[in-house]
Design a binder for this molecule. Sequence first.
Ligand code: ZN
Length: 307
Amino acid sequence: MDKKKWVYVGLSTLVVAAGWTVEPPNEPAMRDPKPNLSTPGFVIDSHLHYNGNDAWEKSFLETYTKWNAMAVLLVNMNALERGMAFAKAHPDLVIPYASINIESPTVEQDIQKVYDMGYKGLGELFALREWDYDAPKYEVIWEKAQRLKLMVLFHTGIHASGKMSRMRPGPLASIAAEHPLLMIQGAHFGNPWYAEAAEVARRNPNVYFDITGSSLIKKAKEPWIWAEYLWWSDFYGWPHMPKSGVPALQKLVFATDEEPAGLEANILRFNRMLDALGADEETRRMCFYGTIAKTHKIDVSKRVKKE
Ligand SMILES: [Zn+2]
C-alpha cells in the first residue's frame, strides 16, 4: 500500500471510530431550505434603532409583543430621555443602549451619564474619521465601558455614508483581547470582510456578530456560504481556540436593523441560513436570544413560550 492509501485508510478508520460520516456533518449539501418562520419560543433582536415618535413606538410594541420578542434599542443622544422612559415603561421588551459619539470631546462624561440613566450598552458606534476603533485615543471608551459592564455594539463594514476603511472587524480583536471582560458585538458580520470577522470572533470569547444589512440578501441563493467563514466544528476541529470557545454558528446573534415591521422578514432570512447550515436546537436558542440574555442577565425561564 502506498503512503497515500495508508493516510486514507487511517483517516477513514478515525472517521468511523468517531461516528462521523465521511462528509462533514455540517457540510451544507446544497440544500434549498423551505421558508421557515419558527423561533425557539423567544427572540431578542440585538440591533434595532429607536425612532422616538408615537407611530414607531406603536409599531414596535405591536410587532415585538406578537412575536414574543425583546429588542436592544439603540437610542440617539438627542432622544435619551424619551428612549429611557420608553424602556422603563416596557422592561419586558426593551434593552436600551445609547448611541454615544466616539468623537465627542466629553465622551467619558457622556458614558457616565447614560450609565447613570440606566442604559445597558453603547452603540451603534461608528469610526467615520481617520482612526480605527483600536486607535489609542479611543482607549478610554473601552476601558470605561468594561468597568461599567456596558456591552458595546460597533458598526463594521460598509456604511451608508459610503465609508468603510476604518470599520474593519480586525481592530475589534485588539480591543477584545485587551479588555477580556468587555462584551462586544460587531454589526453586519463585517460586510464584506466576513473571513476577518469570523476569525476575530473565533479567537475572542467576548466577540459576537450580527448579520444584518445586505449580507443575507445578497447570499440568499447560497445560504450555506457562511460555513466557509464559520468553519470550526467537531469535524474540522477546534485548533488554537480559547477554552471558552463556542460552536461557530453561535458566534452570530439575531438582529434586524430595520423598521419594527421587518422582524418577520428577518426571522425568515436568518432561519434560511440556520437551516442551510443544519443548526441544532441549542445553536438556534443561543443565536435567537441566549447570548444576549446571558449578557444582560435576563431571566428567560418565564419568557420562552413552549410550542
Ligand atoms: Zn450598522
